[in-house]
Design a binder for this molecule. Structure first.
Ligand code: PLP
Length: 297
């Protein structure tokens, strides 16, 4: 009697597997019977949100009967100022994950390809698969992105390249020279998604600032997030900086209210709390030293 509900799905969807998230702490506690955990799986900020964010969210609570500002006017304005670009270059997302998906739904289709690295962030494969485009998985070099090989892998059907800088889960990064080499080596018809989910943490002198490259490469899109250094994973808010025409296209495919009102408010408060960010980065560097020392020993 009942139709095969799995079979009814689009062919590409049947080949996909659901993202396996890290377990919530409560679930791990229940399953393993261990009371105290330090959760590292999703790279969240362990410090909890800052006081100023909690205050801002509380103040906004009475208005949640209303839809959020669909254009995120105030948050875009702050982000534009911070990044030295016009507000028309900013796209907001339900996490930067949303932006990665928006690029796929806007630019990828059957008959096109998207390139990303072996061991690249898992969402690139999911977004590509869902779009119906064919993936080009470029073999990693020393666990990092091989941008020379990626440049060589581009064909006339390639529409998108996803690069995580630094990468999750391998922690590698591409330096400015290699990134510029890729941008110079590919046609301008390829959208390069530079995923900078962790850029706040990087202090290496040869680490490229994606946003400053936008003036030279209009096919570049830089994604950032409030989920990691700003401690707002649960609020789901991220953004991209790009040429206004790319932002225009992404705006056409997004959900009208893709960022919740409390998330907009939280992100605005987070941007104004520079001390919280500085402390987080300092803590991360200290933790990295501690880990290095311990592992060497
Ligand atoms: C965490 C992460 C993201 C996405 O985070 P959002 O919470 O969706 O903003 C994107 N890219 C990388 C490499 C990540 O590790």
């Amino acid at each position: 009697m009942s139709s095969n509900l799995i079979d009814l799905a689009r062919p590409v969807v049947k080949t996909m597997q659901a993202y396996q998230p890290g377990k919530p702490i409560e679930e791990a506690q229940r399953e393993l019977g261990i009371a105290s955990f330090i959760k590292l799986a999703s790279n969240e900020n362990p410090r909890g949100p800052s006081e100023s964010i909690l205050t801002a969210i509380s103040a906004a609570l009475p208005d949640i009967n209303r839809y959020p500002d669909a254009n995120g006017y105030y948050l875009k304005k702050l982000l534009a100022e911070k990044n030295g670009v016009g507000a028309e270059c900013i796209t907001l997302g339900c996490g930067s994950n949303d932006i990665l998906e928006l690029v796929a739904s806007a630019y990828l289709d059957r008959g096109t390809t998207a390139a990303y690295s072996q061991y690249g962030f898992l969402v690139y494969a999911l977004a590509t698969a869902r779009s119906g485009a064919a993936p080009i998985v470029v073999p990693a070099k020393n666990y990092g992105h091989d941008l020379l090989a990626m440049t060589a892998a581009v064909t006339e059907n390639t529409r998108v390249i996803y690069i995580a800088n630094p990468n999750n889960p391998t922690g590698t990064y591409a330096n400015e020279q290699s990134l510029v080499g890729l941008l110079d080596g590919i046609p301008r018809s390829v959208i390069v998604v530079l995923d900078e989910a962790y850029f706040e943490y990087v202090s290496r002198p040869d680490y490229p600032d994606g946003v400053s490259l936008l003036a030279r490469y209009d096919n570049l899109l830089v994604t950032r997030t409030f989920s990691k250094a700003y401690g707002l994973s649960g609020m789901r808010v991220g953004y991209s900086v790009s040429h206004p025409d790319i932002a225009d296209i992404l705006n056409r495919v997004r959900q009208p209210f893709n960022v919740a009102s409390l998330s907009l408010v939280a992100a605005q408060a987070a941007l104004k709390d520079e001390r919280y960010l500085e402390q987080t980065v300092a803590m991360n560097h200290a933790g990295m030293k501690q880990l290095e020392t311990g592992l060497k020993r």
